[in-house]
Design a protein around this ligand. Sequence first.
Ligand code: SF4
Length: 324
Amino acid sequence: MDSSPCSPPPAPAPARAHDPRKAEFETNKLRKRLRRLVGQAIADYAMIEPGDRVMVCLSGGKDSHGLLDILLTLKDAAPVRFEVIAVNLDQKQPGFPADVLPRYLAERGVPFRIEEQDTYSVVKRLIPEGGTMCSLCSRLRRGVLYRVAGEIGATKIALGHHRDDLMATFFLNLFFGGKLKTMPPKLVSDDGRNVVIRPLCYVRERDLARYAEAMAFPIIPCTLCGSQEHLQRKQVSAMLREWEKRHVGRLDSIFSALGTVTPSHLLDRTLYDFAAVRATGREETDGDTAFDVDRALEDAIERAAQVPAAGEGNSAPITVHTRD
Ligand code: SF4
């Protein structure tokens, strides 16, 4: 469970291998990759510290199931001691299978809490028929989760947003919000009392879909409320999937850019003191190549031009713009 609208449906997972030994081998390989990426994200952003009690928000979707499973396996192997508690919010949506998660969690021996709160009726009452419910639903859910975190003494709240969520949010902010921002891997909650972490921030959605299928997690769909996924989010996710199919490496480059920001080469005066820029008389090794082309960028563009886009014989000619 996360505090934002439910994730869009993933691209179909590749067909599973029929040979059981091969299937097991593939699942182990995938688990190792997920563990490595989650471990790396935790280390890079100092997400979990010794003694932490991590509350995993479990909606029953593939992402939160994957998050819980990987954190549990890391907990057993990590040199750092921390606890994991799964929390599910039963929002009283019609048809919610309330017994599924408690049974699964009890069978796995995972400490858990099921919080029952009828946010569904509140949303239905306040949002006119046909309106988008996700925003209010998320806000109500967030409030409940923050409260529960305090009650169980959680020091971190882990959400199941993955790399594709971060990129889609980045483009939604870019296209509609006029901001360069996305969901951060770690932040202080808006009530100032909780630290929220996103350990799946390096993990691709399609890997989570494959893992959920291989592990046969008991998935609860996020369509019980009858709300439609936000159209713009749907379109941005489709755009990213299309890029992934047609342009090798484009999403990797975008994701890398999210972690490689150069404030002096953007326009935000609050991040960089442009008024203080002066000629120093010294050579600046990391300074701007004000009149030259950016060699690294040019090389990357040339490399991309060598790879024909999927479905095309030749890639389109690329014009390199220089700044002089
Ligand atoms: S309204 Fe429905 S789809 Fe939207 S966030 Fe709430 S549960 Fe998910």
